[in-house]
Design a protein around this ligand. Structure first.
Ligand SMILES: Cc1cc2nc3c(=O)[nH]c(=O)nc-3n(C[C@H](O)[C@H](O)[C@H](O)COP(=O)(O)O)c2cc1C
Length: 307
């Protein structure tokens, strides 16, 4: 069937995206490895692996375990630090024509602020995604994402230190995700992304030891999709800023569910490990759905869930 061209662009808190398909931080590196499979400039945006002020070695191996319908990871935010990112990785990404969003984290609110401040002065970055939701590190990470007061203080401080649009990435490891949503929105977030991984574990029954050296890790993949979808719907109902859906999106059908639930864009994570072309397949699947249903603009599909 031949269709009229459909409008796929979306604006996420001031970041103009060609289409709603983004990569999820930590599952697409800094883009280079995927370039043979994915037109980096064809993606809505690339969200790079989380960056801290100083390089971090991450947690000891084993750090990845396959589980039913998903995987557990305890990478522990291994990264090369903000200076090497700017010097060694960013030029390639800029040359590729990609829309670049930098995922950042710190072990104190001052560290978050300093990373944000360095990136504010750097050319070629469209926005920051603030990770307040990593379950695999002792300090920082999830503690900021589970306490509404700390989350407010953190986002407020970063807001003062950068002009870049701020996406705040939420943790599912909370009792009421709408409470954190309100806090970060009041503190000046321009958009919200959710969810990060859900804390879990796996045990080797022969040795009676945990399969991950870190004992627990973050669960991702199809197993978490219904949880993520439910949380995106809950958050989109109360948020006054755009919501980005993440969690177990493996194909266009999954992505469309999130958009109908209220997500203005989606991020693809674990699927990249199984099918390196997953983002491109999802993009063409969304386009086909819009064409088949006579929907001329993706924006008119967002939040159309009928209850
Ligand atoms: C190996 C791995 C590394 C990750 N690293 C990061 C990270 O550095 N920062 C972050 O905010 N999220 C990180 N995440 C979480 C993902 O971005 C995403 O929120 C999560 O995997 C759920 O999406 P999925 O089910 O599509 O994978 C990581 C996930 C995986 C599997």
């Amino acid at each position: 069937m031949n269709h009229e061209p459909v409008e796929l662009s979306v604006n996420i808190g001031g970041i103009q995206l060609k289409n709603p398909v983004m990569t999820a931080s930590g599952t697409f590196g800094y883009g280079e490895e995927y370039a043979p499979y994915v037109g980096l400039d064809k993606l809505g945006a690339i969200v790079v692996k989380g960056i801290s002020l100083e390089p971090r070695p991450g947690n000891p191996p084993p750090r990845i375990v396959e589980t039913t319908g998903g995987m557990l990871n305890s990478i522990g935010l291994e990264n090369i630090g903000v200076d090497r990112f700017i010097g060694e990785k960013l030029p390639y990404l800029i040359d590729s024509g990609a829309t670049i969003i930098v995922n950042i984290f710190g072990s104190s609110i001052e560290e978050y602020r300093d990373v944000a401040n360095k990136l504010d002065d750097t050319h070629g970055i469209s926005g920051l995604e603030i990770n307040i939701s990593c379950p695999n590190v002792k300090e920082g990470g999830m503690t900021f994402g589970t306490d509404p007061h700390m989350a407010f203080e953190l986002v407020n401080l970063i807001r003062e230190s950068t002009k870049l649009p701020l996406i705040v990435k939420l943790s599912p490891n909370v009792t009421d995700i709408t409470e954190i949503t309100r806090s970060v929105q009041d503190a000046g977030a321009d958009a919200i992304s959710l969810i990060n991984t859900i804390k879990g574990m796996a045990i080797d029954i022969k040795t009676k030891t945990p399969k991950l050296a870190n004992i627990t890790g973050g669960l991702s993949g199809p197993a978490i999709k219904p949880i993520a979808l439910g949380m995106v719907w809950e958050v989109a109902r109360v948020a006054e800023i755009p919501v980005i859906g993440i969690g177990g999106i493996m194909n266009a059908h999954d992505a469309l569910e999130f958009i109908i639930a209220g997500a203005s864009a989606i991020q693809v994570g674990t699927a990249n490990f199984i099918n390196p072309k997953a983002t491109m397949d999802i993009l063409s699947g969304i386009e086909k759905y819009l064409g088949d249903h006579g929907i001329g603009d993706i924006k008119s599909l967002i939040g159309t869930l009928r209850i």
